[in-house]
Design a protein around this ligand. Structure first.
Ligand code: GLU
Length: 296
């Protein structure tokens, strides 16, 4: 059976799209076209506080203005929380996740009390201190006691236990560029992230869990996204292996820099697509601004 390549652009509807998103979306659409594949749009809206219907509508408007077309219906993650929860329950049953009770303040206090200078505490690839191994060591009895007492908690992956369950070495396939000519294996190092959140306090999933389940459910064969998510792939590859999900290939593309040479953020208003449109820029000009040939 010949499988058709499937590409996706998966923005979070918690802010306005900027030039960096335009690059991701246009690359995915162009690569899908070049490969005779499908192009999907997925709305990652698991954060009930920051994701709004108005921001989602603005995403469609910006993408249509750029000239993009995608398959309908669009998958909206907030409509599938029960599916993520089923998988979470399986991970709970298999004792691969544990309830994590520490707040940010608790983590800070723990690190300080551990007598470490904060700088010595191990940090993840984003520079955030790793979650202390305190809750991982709690007895089941103590966990139950706290949960019954109403203590808020997230579910975190026991990364050591998870790594012990999967075949090693763990790696993913990374394409060097958007022509998909040459690929090489990259070692996945989920341990560098420590025990990541698999389900947040308020929703029965997290970015990592939802993204791997959706990529599998939607038969995504190529994940093309910015280099800022390169290291996140380590965690996602581990989850795929744990859950027996198919393994897409990856290409982490260059990032669009702001005028100050720094990564664009959702607050980079001058690089926002709607602001550029209001200022009279055309979609062709946007393509040139992000280094793409408008004719392609
Ligand atoms: N929703 C994520 C973001 O907007 C991207 C997810 C992905 O491409 O894997 O940063």
């Amino acid at each position: 059976m010949v499988t058709q390549p499937v590409f996706r652009f998966a923005p979070s509807s918690n802010g306005a799209l900027h030039l960096g998103h335009a690059l991701s979306a246009m690359l995915n659409a162009r690569m899908a076209r070049a490969a005779g594949g499908r192009f999907l749009l997925r709305i990652e809206d698991i954060d009930p506080e920051r994701c709004t219907p108005a921001l989602e509508a603005a995403i469609y408007e910006d993408l249509r203005w750029l000239g993009l077309d995608w398959e309908e219906p669009v998958r909206r993650q907030s409509e599938h929380l029960a599916e993520y929860e089923d998988v979470l329950k399986k991970l709970v049953r298999e004792e691969l996740v544990y309830p994590a009770f520490m707040s940010r303040g608790d983590i800070r206090d723990h690190i300080a009390q551990a007598g470490e200078r904060a700088g010595n505490w191990p940090r993840d690839p984003d520079g955030v201190p790793l979650y202390p191994p305190v809750d991982r060591r709690l007895s089941n009895r103590e966990r139950r006691r706290r949960i019954e007492a109403g203590a808020p908690f997230a579910w975190r992956l026991d990364v050591e236990a998870a790594l012990a369950r999967v075949a090693r070495p763990l790696a993913w396939t990374e394409f060097a560029d958007e022509r998909l000519a040459a690929a090489s294996p990259v070692e996945a190092r989920p341990q560098d992230w420590g025990d990541v959140v698999i389900a947040r306090k308020d929703v029965p999933t997290s970015y990592h869990l939802a993204v791997v389940l959706d990529d599998a459910l939607q038969d995504v064969t190529h994940v093309v996204r910015g280099r800022d998510l390169f290291h996140a792939t380590s965690v996602q590859r581990l989850l795929q292996a744990l859950l027996g999900l198919p393994e897409p290939a990856y290409h982490h593309h260059r990032l669009v820099e702001g005028p100050d040479g720094r990564k664009l953020s959702k607050s980079a208003r001058d690089a926002g697509l709607s602001a550029l449109r209001a200022a009279g820029r055309t979609p062709d000009q946007i393509a040139r601004m992000i280094g793409l040939d408008p004719e392609e």
